[in-house]
Design a binder for this molecule. Sequence first.
Ligand code: ZN
Length: 268
Amino acid sequence: MYLADYHIHSDWSPDGQFSMEDMAEAAVRAGLSEICFTDHIELLAIHTATRRTFDFSVPLEAYRRVREKMKGRITVRFGFELGEAPRDFPYAEEVLRQLPETDFIIGSEHQLEGIYEGDDLYFCAAHDPVTAREQILEYLELVEKLAKWGKFSVLGHLTLPLRYMNENNGLHMTFDGFEAEVEEVFRDLISRGCGIEVNTNRGNDPLPGKKWLELYRRCGGEIVTLGSDAHSPKYVGCCIREGQELLRACGFTDFCTFERMKPVFHRL
Ligand SMILES: [Zn+2]
């Protein structure tokens, strides 16, 4: 079975501590055939509209070194996770133009706007179900803007708020009741040629789960990647096999990897 982990952070991400080499060695130990680095590009500082600047020569050099070193053992691709693009689409496009030889871009949302002023869900996720539902709607409105824009390969971790509401804050929330909003997101993604990821969430509930993957498929969605969201070697490849089984159970016949922004389909 071809196993590919398409969501891996190295120490170029602000919240990563391990080198690309450490992560790639872990991927070989986990029996993976391919990985893609997806370090965070967070365009704006939280709570302000201050644009960040990036020196992409640093991760590019690290990537080239690792790719060379791992030759014949594992395929290594170069991507990014572009966060919060709807806060400043023109700047997002400017940054995308600066990216070197990129294979893959995850588009994602981690922050809430309005009264949350761009705070990260990690910090501001609700502790009660009423506020949680308001936050999910707010989050989905941002994701919908992102999907309409569509300048990325796949939408990352569609149901991300659940990670913090349930795993960290002890709630039992779902996206039930937001079927219309999610369907609109899927239809926009598909029409823009974008896919989604199954974020295996380091072994916790996959983001998104079965119900939403089936809806994506019913909408005609075909492009799906699998990614662990590992920030440490321990989680590289975590539950990728289980994610493939989940996709099969939802009726998918293929999953994707990417090369120079083009999807490559692999049999499940
Ligand atoms: Zn993310």
